[in-house]
Structures are given as structure tokens and as C-alpha cells.
Design a protein around this ligand. Structure first.
Ligand code: BEZ
Ligand code: FE
Length: 294
């Protein structure tokens, strides 16, 4: 029997075509995707030229991707989708540290470094000490936790964006918390930076008169045995763009003062010159729920 694919029946017909999908989650995802996509098309009624330009935009987004550049993540970020997915997947107790976007620059593994080592391999920028502790929600310090950090240099570029100007792994480090759950490392104060604008996402921002900037921040992924890992940042308290982050990733709970410390003894203790800036970050992880114990 010939199918009668009309404006009225189109959505149900496509949904029905997935009826034999054996994975129920895949069937659900496709069903809801088709319902929303068709709803979008019915609402905006694109011209053929508009539809072609949407296809061209997505094609260009894919073509811009390579091992060091992820334009689709960037697109998801500027549309607020990355943050929404992150928040849905990290609903947790009030006390646990808030998560925020991963971003597209965690594309290489951070090199393991000893506590106190510097992640700044260049030596330009304002010297900075970052200290912190990893704790469980019950207040217990978590020794042996993994603290993976990465940041842009003081000009706002990640190492992978400038492979001929920055040494590999500049601004990256993987630390292990000590017996008291503490970690500390040296770095430079990060600066605000624009997300990459030389691709289709940049064009989108330009056409919509949105600025591409992110406030200054340092990225963290923190994990400890028996706990739920958190992907997050700390933001520099007096940074520009805290109120208008291009990727909607600022949470007040993650803003930290990077205080100026003018204390030669303290500076020597951490292998720094005085004065230096100091930020402290207590990271609270939720315990993995065990069956019968929510
Ligand atoms: C980042 O912070 O590295 C980032 C996040 C989203 C888009 C671009 C960059
Ligand atoms: Fe970043």
C-alpha cells in the first residue's frame, strides 16, 4: 500500500518508522527528536533557501572540527545546551560544588605534576598560587583525589590553539590530593578570552550581535574514590564578562577572589616572588549512592 505522506501525517509516519528499534532509549530519543524537529519546521515554515543555509551551516560546523578544534561543542555552548545538559546530569545536594561546562579545550590529557609544581611553562603573566581541598559532603577530606586543571595563558589562548608558540601542556596539570585532601599549584592569573570566532559559530555570534568573550577562569575536573566527579571552573572575581559569559557558564558559587599577597616568607614557601595572587577553592564531592542508601 502506498504511504500517504502529507503535512498532516508526516510526523507520525516518521515516528512509526522507528517502531522496530530494539533499543528503547534510542527509540525514545528519535521519537522526541522528530517531534521537536517537525514542530520547529511547522512553526517557522522555512523557505528552501533558509533550509539550505541551515544545512550549509551545520556542514561548515562539522568541517571546522579536527582533533584540536570542536566546533559542535562550541555551538552547543553558545546555545546554552552544554550548560543545560551539565545541570541536568549533576543535580545534587546543596553542599556539593556546582558544576559548569567542560568546554572544547580538554582535548589532551593533563600531565601528572607534583603538588606545588607550576602549570605555567612560559613564565609570563602575573604569578598566582591556587590552593584547595577536596572534601566529601560530610566534611571528610579526600586524600588521593585527582585534580585535573587547565587554563588559557595570560593572553587568553590555550596551548592547543598555539602549538607553535606555547609548549605542549602549558597551563595543564593533574595533581593528587595529599593525606588531608589538600592540593596546591602555581600558575599565572588567567585573563578573559574570546571563544574561537574564525568559524561558523563566530559568524553566528557576529550576526546576532553577541560578544564572544568568557570571563577569566581556571578549569577543574575533580574525582575521588567513591565520589561523583565534578567538572567545574573557578572564576576570577573582578573579571570582565562575569555577567555576560558567551557560554552561560558562570555560577556565583564559583567566583573566587584572587587576592594579592605581599608576604616574602609566604612567597618563598611556595617558590614564588612577592607579591603574588592567591585563590582558594574547597571542592565538595557527593558520595556515590549505594543501593539502599540514597
Ligand atoms: C572554555 O572555557 O575553555 C570554553 C568553554 C566553552 C566554549 C569555549 C571555550
Ligand atoms: Fe576555558
Amino acid at each position: 500500500m502506498a504511504a500517504d505522506f502529507s503535512e498532516e501525517t508526516a510526523t507520525e509516519a516518521v515516528i512509526a518508522s522507528f517502531a522496530d528499534t530494539s533499543d528503547p532509549r534510542l527509540r525514545e530519543l528519535l521519537t522526541v527528536l522528530v517531534r521537536h524537529l517537525h514542530g520547529f519546521v511547522r512553526e517557522v515554515e522555512p523557505t528552501l533557501a533558509e533550509w539550505r543555509s541551515a544545512i550549509d551551516f551545520l556542514t561548515a560546523t562539522g568541517q571546522k572540527c579536527d582533533p584540536a578544534r570542536q566546533e559542535f561543542i562550541l555551538l552547543s555552548d553558545v546555545l546554552g545546551v552544554s550548560m543545560l545538559v551539565e545541570m541536568i546530569n549533576s543535580r545534587k545536594s546543596e553542599q556539593a560544588t556546582d558544576s559548569t561546562v567542560l568546554g572544547p579545550f580538554h582535548v589532551v590529557e593533563s600531565p601528572p605534576r607534583a603538588l606545588g609544581e607550576t602549570i605555567d611553562l612560559v613564565g609570563t603573566g602575573e604569578a598566582c598560587l591556587v590552593t584547595g581541598r577536596v572534601l566529601s559532603v560530610d566534611g571528610r577530606p579526600l586524600p588521593g583525589g585527582a585534580v585535573d586543571v587547565w587554563q588559557a595563558n595570560n593572553h587568553g589562548f590555550y596551548d592547543v590553539q598555539q602549538p607553535s608558540e606555547q609548549p605542549a601542556h602549558n597551563g595543564r596539570g593533574l595533581f593528587e590530593t595529599d593525606k588531608d585532601g589538600r592540593f596546591w599549584f602555581r600558575t599565572v592569573v588567567p585573563s578573559p578570552y574570546p571563544i574561537p570566532t574564525d568559524g561558523p559559530v563566530g559568524e553566528l555570534l557576529l550576526k546576532t550581535r553577541r560578544h564572544p568573550n568568557r570571563p577569566a577562569h581556571i578549569h577543574f575536573i575533580v574525582d575521588a574514590e567513591g565520589h561523583v566527579p565534578v567538572t567545574t571552573h573557578i572564576f576570577v572575581a573582578d573579571s570582565r564578562y562575569l555577567e555576560s559569559d558567551a557560554v552561560f557558564a558562570v555560577k556565583r558559587s564559583l567566583i573566587r577572589d584572587f587576592v594579592t599577597v605581599d608576604d616574602p616568607e609566604e612567597a618563598t614557601r611556595y617558590g614564588l616572588a612577592s607579591p603574588f595572587r592567591h585563590a582558594h577553592f574547597e571542592i565538595v564531592l557527593e558520595a556515590v549512592a549505594t543501593p539502599g542508601h540514597p
